[in-house]
Write a protein that binds this ligand. Sequence first.
Ligand SMILES: Cc1cc2nc3c(=O)[nH]c(=O)nc-3n(C[C@H](O)[C@H](O)[C@H](O)COP(=O)(O)O)c2cc1C
Length: 380
Amino acid sequence: MDYENKLVLAPMVRIGTLPFRLLAAQYGADITYGEEIIDHKMVKLLTQYGAIITFEVGVINYVLVECKRGRNEYLGSVDFVEKGTNNVVFRTCDQERNQVVFQMGTSDAVRALTAAKIVCKDVAAVDINMGCPKSFSVSGGMGAALLSKPELIHDILTTLKRNLNVPVTCKIRLLKSPQDTVELARRIEKTGVAALAVHGRKVADRPRDPAKWSEIADIVAALSIPVIANGDVFEYDDFQRIKIATGASSVMVARGALWNASIFSPEGRLHWEDVKKEYVRKSILWDNDIKSTKHTLKDIIMHYSCLELPEGKAVNKSETLADLAKLYGEEKYYHFVNENRVLLKSIYFDQRCHQNHLLVKFTTYCKHLFIQGGFLVANY
Ligand SMILES: Cc1cc2nc3c(=O)[nH]c(=O)nc-3n(C[C@H](O)[C@H](O)[C@H](O)COP(=O)(O)O)c2cc1C
């Protein structure tokens, strides 16, 4: 993975699922971070039987339950599914294999490595979130809590770096003084990370406080690894502005992309209503989780309009992707995608039963063009 001159979609909880990442990539994002996933979601210690590894802690026998990786033949995706609940914790696909970053929340090197090993063959890089100020993260010793524990940072990053074959990075916030941030960044660089993303705000700062690009510049000047600058990029021209102001190798954008993912397009932004519709179609195509789809739509609507208006209320009331398809006039598309999924899956399985590998390969290829390409379906 190359971190020079890249436009990067920032990690965003409940937003950065597969459809949103592909949307950003379609408009020009080079690297797309997934939403933060807590390592506990990938690996669990349970006091029950029937799992992969058992070991003793004190007098109790624990089992390590890992998320199961599988190809979803319906969608053409790779799913990591929580055992027991069958909830999809992380969904990706071959199309984004070389640009998707798996971001993780962790407070423990061994657990982080166990979780990262489950996904590392399907992603371009693994990143550790060291900036989240939310109490859920900090109280669990994750996110911004790590910023005051350089030994633990070192432990986590070196453990991942030594044992994974993909680049390892982390994303930090600014510390109280520029000197402290630079010192921490230097320690992080020594762990061998491939790049460092810096959100130019301090832990106590609010999103409305201006990002401190000059303090990102101090870090860039002190390091030789690529720095990814993040904070207050709202227009395409801001990519260049922040690069010049900080000297950073690459630029990461969160809210600017959430509100209009076509921010990455050098040809200029599309109308947000069109981008939103494209997001709905991609959510249908990849059978995105309804809660996350609604959450993303509500964030977009709140920015441009108001949730109390009819569209916002209708999104709130929607219970399924079919409801959203109806709301956005995408019913034909919804039925087309779902009917053809069933058809392609049945051909695929039929042929697999006959063990005709060439036919299976051909059908998989057609399916790839047909379903994953999205454009064929989207133009329907
Ligand atoms: C809705 C939302 C969710 C976020 N979730 C994450 C996350 O999962 N991991 C993370 O490191 N930062 C997360 N952030 C922080 C952003 O990645 C980014 O650092 C911050 O918003 C500053 O960038 P911006 O000024 O371009 O918005 C989130 C931000 C937003 C707005």
